[in-house]
Design a binder for this molecule. Sequence first.
Ligand code: GDP
Length: 295
Amino acid sequence: MFENLTDKLERSFKILKGEGRITEINVAETLKEIRRALIDADVNYKVAKTFTDEVKQKALGQDVLKAVKPGQMMTKIVRDELAELMGGTATDIRLEGTPAVILIAGLQGSGKTTFSGKLASLLKSKKGRQVLLVAGDVYRPAAIDQLKVLGGQIGVEVYTEEGNRNPVEIAENGIKYARQKNYNVVIVDTAGRLAVDEAMMQEITAIKAAVKPSETLFVVDAMTGQDAVNTAREFNERLDFDGVVLTKLDGDTRGGAAISIRSVVNKPLKFISSGEKMDALQVFHPERMADRILG
Ligand code: GDP
């Protein structure tokens, strides 16, 4: 499927044996390989270029004679830089307020509803929280049913209002209901559209203003590559979200979108979703993603 960048690096560095130092000339081919591999993994061209320039600065003049395996040393430089570019360490979500409100935003089909269920399940089982899900997608009755089914599977109540077409009201009422019932976390799933449009943006910003979430998460399909980056930029400009959830990483993608999104919006990636099942959710770890991108 993908060529393994780690192997490529090791191979291209065999030619360095006996040269002693990494120089501008002997590293050029390797940097080109790295750039190509990043672009293949869906990393935006500009980001890949800046990245390889930084790696070059780090690598130049390093004493490869001392390194038993120069390829491994170079791979480590690349891996560490990639992890750094994605934020260095994992970033937790902020749960503040009674109840703490988490707002879920993104395009239709990005995996919002599935993620809402997964996050509810994780907060319930791993953090012992009392979680309420609120079905805010008023345009697709199927989305409400889907959330109800997921809620049933994980044992989490789902707040819905049949017939109400106002998602701001539903979200506000859901929070009131959560207070009455002593839920301490409310996850508000919202409607998406197939592409960014003004009506959707107005709606999601109105919901955000009304419910004042302590965490707004933007959900994006990793399989959409460069589009993922553009969508993230547009949502961030309007919504100023707190973190990114990358979904469908079980698909045929290296996940380079993680790097591009982080570089472009400068917001942390917080979760990755890798399947349709309720337990297919991981906290985002930059170094693990770097390993995945390197292959
Ligand atoms: P929404 O429109 O943003 O709420 O998206 P959904 O949660 O309904 O997800 C859209 C489709 O993608 C559904 O068929 C989900 O089962 C599927 N899906 C969601 N997350 C993942 C994932 O991480 N991996 C895979 N393979 N499918 C996913």
